[in-house]
Design a protein around this ligand. Structure first.
Ligand SMILES: *[C@@H]1O[C@H](CO)[C@@H](O)[C@H](O)[C@H]1NC(C)=O
Ligand SMILES: *[C@@H]1O[C@H](CO)[C@@H](O)[C@H](O)[C@H]1NC(C)=O
Length: 282
């Protein structure tokens, strides 16, 4: 009895701890979207989708990109999916991120045929229509930080970083100069030329639309480019961004778990006291 309570206490403590303290920046929610069509529960499509999502998470333990197709017994129940981790994410972190994105998609898109979720460290997308290997430059998220009215030096640094990102090849690109850091990532299903074209487009938008901002994010359908000055994103996430959009639910959850753990501790403590008192009474 006491052992069970102790176990519960330990579990709730570590749950609180892990939600509050260990939530990695890679898990920050950036955007998500769902298709209109829904599948019926217990349908072959649902079971194909579940097996696809499980396979995506498994695959993310050894590869930073993969695409999958699950057809099952009938072509009409086929589901297509992919994930892409940010190129600098280590393998266990990639799998953890994809797993997080999959559960996010489940909350966001219950029973819809298709969905997509972008966290800071990874992207997942699935649908019943194939989109694999198709370039997609639709603007999905564009966000510019507060204007800092760059002097000529600051804006020159940013342009140099953006130019470096645009010029370097590869699916994952990082650059930095002075206080400015930049990162770009393509989805692994694009060809080299498509990646170049997509990132070029994202950077053009960043330059023109976030010209005087201290950070900028442009996420297109299959690639993104971001820059930040003086760690502007870190500030944004830790302070201004906390409590907004994606983190709201997790924060509330953490608070509830924390409260429950507090109540559990109190109950166990009271029970413990009572036992000591009873023991003395006998
Ligand atoms: C995708 O699913 C929707 C709804 O179930 C259906 O109307 C549509 O025809 C499907 N598309 C394909 C390519 O199977
Ligand atoms: C999907 O994955 C398969 C094998 O993993 C690969 O051969 C194929 O090129 C990939 N397709 C795309 C569009 O990335």
């Amino acid at each position: 009895m006491a052992k069970t309570k102790l176990t519960l206490l330990i579990i709730s403590f570590f749950t609180t701890f892990s939600v509050v303290c260990l939530s990695s920046p890679a898990d920050f929610f950036l955007y998500g979207g769902c298709t209109q069509q829904r599948y019926t529960s217990n349908s072959p499509y649902e079971s194909n989708l579940n097996s696809l999502l499980t396979s995506l998470v498994n695959s993310a333990t050894y590869s930073s990109y993969n695409n999958l197709t699950v057809v099952g017994s009938s072509q009409s129940d086929a589901v297509y999916g992919l994930y892409q981790c940010r190129g600098d994410l280590a393998m266990p972190d990639c799998a953890a991120c994809v797993s997080r994105a999959v559960s996010r998609a489940g909350q966001l898109c219950p029973a819809t045929c298709g969905g997509a979720v972008q966290l800071d460290g990874c992207f997942i997308k699935y649908d019943n229509v194939t989109f694999l290997g198709v370039e997609d430059k639709t603007v999905v998220l564009k966000r510019c930080g507060p204007s800092v009215g760059f002097g000529p030096v600051g804006s020159g640094e940013r342009d140099a970083v953006m130019g470096g990102l645009a010029g370097s090849g590869g699916y994952f690109r990082v650059g930095g100069s002075g206080d400015v850091k930049g990162v770009a990532q393509c989805c692994g299903d694009l060809s080299f030329a498509e990646c170049q074209d997509c990132v070029g487009d994202a950077i053009r938008r960043l330059r023109s639309e976030c010209a005087a901002a201290d950070y900028g994010d442009v996420f297109l359908g299959k690639c993104y480019a971001r820059f930040s000055t003086n760690g502007a994103h870190a500030y944004n996430y830790n302070k201004a961004h906390a409590g907004k959009s994606g983190n709201e639910g997790e924060k509330t959850f953490a608070i509830i778990v924390g409260l429950l753990a507090g109540v559990a501790i109190l109950i166990i403590f009271l029970a413990f006291l009572r036992r000591i008192c009873e023991g003395h009474g006998k």
